[in-house]
Design a binder for this molecule. Structure first.
Ligand SMILES: *Cc1c(COP(=O)(O)O)cnc(C)c1O
Length: 374
């Protein structure tokens, strides 16, 4: 039995969350989902401990769903036939940590290169792993500065490079060109190397864009991480990481206690998120994802135009669903929950965002500007 007190606390928490959820344009969490069909699985202590592709002794698990989810992304990321492996993570950060861990095991003396615009969690990951790293300049768009990368790689030619590429930077959704990065290393005759793509936001749709950004296995990436709760949408943070299987096999260890391989980062693993992602992919299909992407791109272009019309210098990277604008006031920032860094703020036009919301947001900005001029 729940006490009256706890129950009224839950009610007010629920209402607060519902209100906040309606006015949030700045963080990359899609909200157009309904997981009612799988709510009943919350009755079970689901645990996918161990490798998703190996058998395990504990059977309250969703490995079959997990394997299907991983296979879907391996195909979307054009992973080589029979040479991919992956698992469902607790988010983009864990996928990035896994990619860097794998790179370190393969190239223990490696040096990590990443651009200034890299997500804040990456420096912490590198600290955990004790990996040396060099920051490369970014262009104004947020994309890595290829000349700075080339010059820096040249100076350190004796150390195998591990490139941490951004496929959609946090603030401006800039995508580093993995093919161009691989070409730079080819030109410098650097053969021992590793490229990880951080596709936390864009990974769920980058492969469906035209032109297709160069970010995947065919372009030269060795591992890719994506978040599941961002573009696809989920009530719990989750993600997927895919890597080349022959690399993973070099670091796998068999553990008797669980009757499986210890290939993943955590011991007990969330078994509910693989089910969620499986259900989401089944429900949407590739067509559903494409439809949601088209909606986001159309409305992002709409918002950019509307803001320019009222005199706000908003801009967007090519085929981005993120609209960048000069830093907004604290009042607007709080009302619309906009992420802000230095001189810029952004709106991420996720598939749940409506034209009416964008009109209301534009009207708020216009009213503020009019008040300033009066
Ligand atoms: C969101 C994000 C991350 C972190 O992913 P989580 O799912 O929040 O752990 C890493 N990199 C980029 C570029 C991101 O946008």
């Amino acid at each position: 039995m729940m006490t009256h007190d706890a129950s009224s606390q839950l009610d007010s928490l629920f209402e607060r969350m519902r209100d906040a959820n309606e006015r949030s344009l700045g963080y990359p969490s899609a909200k157009d989902f309904d997981y009612a069909a799988i709510e009943r699985f919350l009755k079970f202590p689901i645990n996918n401990v161990g490798d998703p592709f190996a058998d395990a002794t504990y059977r309250v698990e969703t490995r079959e769903c997990e394997r299907e989810v991983v296979a879907f992304f391996a195909e979307l990321f054009r992973a080589p036939q029979d040479d991919w492996w992956g698992y469902v993570t607790n988010g983009g950060t864990e996928g990035n940590l896994y990619g860097l861990y794998l790179a370190r095991e393969l190239l223990p003396n490696g040096m990590v290169y990443y651009s200034e615009q890299t997500h804040y969690s990456v420096a912490k990951n590198l600290h955990f792993l004790g990996m040396r790293h060099i920051t490369i300049r970014s262009q104004a768009s947020g994309e890595i500065d290829y000349e700075d990368l080339r010059e820096t790689l040249k100076i350190h030619r004796d150390v195998p490079p591990i490139i941490f590429a951004n496929i959609g930077t946090t603030m401006t959704e800039a995508r580093d060109d993995v093919r161009a990065i691989a070409k730079i290393m080819d030109d410098l005759a650097i053969r021992q190397r590793y490229i990880h793509s951080d596709a936390a936001l864009s990974g769920a749709y980058a492969g469906l864009l035209d032109p297709r950004p160069a970010y995947d296995f065919s372009d030269g990436a060795d591992s890719i991480a994506v978040s599941g709760h961002k573009f696809l949408g989920a009530p719990i943070p989750c993600g997927i990481v895919i890597a080349r299987k022959h690399n993973v096999q070099r670091i796998a260890r068999a553990i008797d206690y669980i009757g499986s391989l210890d290939t993943t980062i955590s011991g007990s693993r969330n078994g509910y998120s693989p089910l969620m992602l499986w259900y989401r992919l089944r429900e949407l299909g590739l067509d559903g994802i494409k439809r949601r992407l088209a909606h986001s791109l159309e409305l992002a272009a709409y918002l950019e135009t509307r803001l320019n019309e009222i005199g706000v210098a908003a801009w967007r990277n090519p085929n981005a669903i993120t609209v960048v604008l000069p830093r907004v006031s604290d009042a607007i920032r709080a009302k619309w929950q906009l992420a802000t860094a230095g001189a810029i703020s952004h709106v991420i036009v996720l598939p749940n965002v409506t034209r009416e919301q964008l009109d209301a947001f534009t009207a708020d900005l216009a009213a503020e500007r009019a008040a300033h001029e009066a």
